[in-house]
Design a binder for this molecule. Structure first.
Ligand code: HGY
Ligand code: MN
Ligand code: MN
Length: 433
């Protein structure tokens, strides 16, 4: 035990040699990070300080132009792949080597905060600024990627990970566009989606800096999370069919009220997640009762169902339990339930052990308090994990809040995350592994 600690500590001293007299941390600029995050936050800004910048919306299109201009200002060559992923490339001294890729997303959920996604994109661009300022050359090319529609279909990272088929093009996302329409708006090539898949040896590793979106780091007083694994996420549309009728003349007994049935199902979802041992979660995030008038018994309800866990088999088992619960509710309420999977399946993925070791070496070298931890949120990284070694760095979210205008991360923590990211890129570049 002692020997492995001594070895780990010594290797962090040997491996982790700051590469220049002026250190990376000296150059990472908190003011530039915070300026750029607030500039990006102007695209879809809300009066309460939050932002709505849904994939394929006008705000998303305009924000991508802003990021493109930052990429060009820092000397990156910019391209779009068929899935409209925006990719900025900094050449390496050995162009034949695979790229080390960084990045995240800039699309948001409705009424979001400023940090979920943008910290990973603005942070990756800051790494490029640091390398330029220190005149650092890397052997490997470095790429900064803005993935398409992370908050919905994840078409960008799924296409890059070779995990999509043409069916995804018909998926309609929160902004109202189908993926096909959206790709047209962003300049993608829907009919050539498969060409976005990473070829072998195209990318050496992918690192994503992201806000934790939970309270684990803050509660532990740690600044950095080194992610072990990212949960799998499965979505369904659930339709409950009852019989609409006059709310005044229809006796309570014998009603076939779709909203009463749906409400019982929502409580069954909560019970299934609470009663199963483990850290799984299950949510009904969207519900709509029709025809939606106060004096009409709802005849139809459509709602979403989401189940997440690191263990795919457990997601399947919980879904089976919920189908049984729905069958029971059908009988008692004389309604019918229909489940249709939404093509946004995101499989659980584990980060690469070697990449995690590099991240731990850098954290020790920077004397940063870090935790190894799972991610309860989904991320673009997980869709690349079958093709590329991935690593994720978390920074704390105040109060564990995210997907909300109250989302906040300290600029000093963002700076620490970016310093970790930059030093990790330099270490990955130096080491043959
Ligand atoms: O939903 C998620 O976990 C991610 O923020 N898209
Ligand atoms: Mn995110
Ligand atoms: Mn999100």
């Amino acid at each position: 035990m002692l020997m492995s600690f001594v070895f780990g500590f010594l290797s962090s001293l040997i491996l982790f040699q700051p590469v220049t007299t002026q250190s990376v941390a000296d150059v990472v600029s908190e003011s530039r990070l915070s300026e750029r995050l607030s500039e990006l936050g102007q695209y879809g800004a809300l009066s309460d300080g939050g932002v709505t910048r849904q994939a394929f919306s006008d705000e998303d299109v305009a924000a991508r132009d802003y990021i493109r201009s930052l990429m060009q200002q820092s000397g990156l060559s910019v391209r779009l792949d068929a899935a409209a992923n925006l990719i900025g490339r900094r050449p390496g001294t050995s162009e034949g080597l695979p790229a080390i890729a960084l990045g995240s997303h800039i699309d948001t959920v409705p009424e979001a905060g400023l940090y979920d996604g943008p910290v990973g994109v603005i942070g990756a661009l800051e790494v490029i600024e640091v390398m330029n300022a220190l005149n650092l050359e890397t052997r490997h090319p470095i790429e900064v990627i803005v993935f398409t529609d992370e908050e919905g279909s994840m078409v960008g990272s799924r296409a890059m990970g070779g995990k999509v088929d043409a069916g995804i093009l018909e998926t309609r996302v929160q902004s109202g566009f189908t993926v096909k329409e959206g790709l047209m708006r962003l300049g993608g090539t829907a009919e050539a989606l498969s060409s976005a898949a990473l070829s072998p040896n195209q990318t050496k590793a992918f690192l994503e800096l992201h806000v934790e979106q939970g309270g684990v780091l803050e509660n532990a007083g740690a600044t950095i999370g080194i992610v072990e694994g990212i949960v799998g996420i499965r979505w369904w549309d659930v339709t409950v069919q009852g019989v609409a009728n006059h709310a005044g003349t229809t006796p309570m007994k014998g009603r076939r009220d779709a909203l009463v049935a749906a409400s019982r199902f929502v409580l069954a979802v909560q019970a299934a997640a609470l009663d199963t041992p483990g850290r799984q979660v299950a949510t009904v995030g969207r519900i709509r009762a029709e025809p939606g008038a106060p004096n009409v018994i709802p005849g139809k309800v459509t709602m979403s169902l989401e189940i997440r866990d690191l263990d795919e088999a457990k997601i399947g088992a919980i879904f089976k339990d919920l189908q049984k619960a729905a069958a029971h509710i059908e009988e008692e309420t004389e309604t019918t339930f229909e489940f249709s999977p939404i093509d946004a399946d995101t499989r659980a993925a584990f980060t690469d052990r070697k990449v995690r070791e590099f991240l731990e070496t850098v954290a020790r070298g920077l004397s940063v308090d870090y935790l190894s931890m799972p991610s309860g949120a989904g991320h673009d990284s997980q869709n690349l994990a079958d093709r590329v070694p991935i690593g994720m760095i978390f920074i704390p979210s105040r109060g564990g809040i995210s997907h909300s205008p109250n989302e906040f991360s300290k600029t000093s923590d963002i700076k620490t995350g970016v310093t970790m990211l930059a030093e990790s890129v330099l270490l990955l570049d130096r080491e043959d592994w």
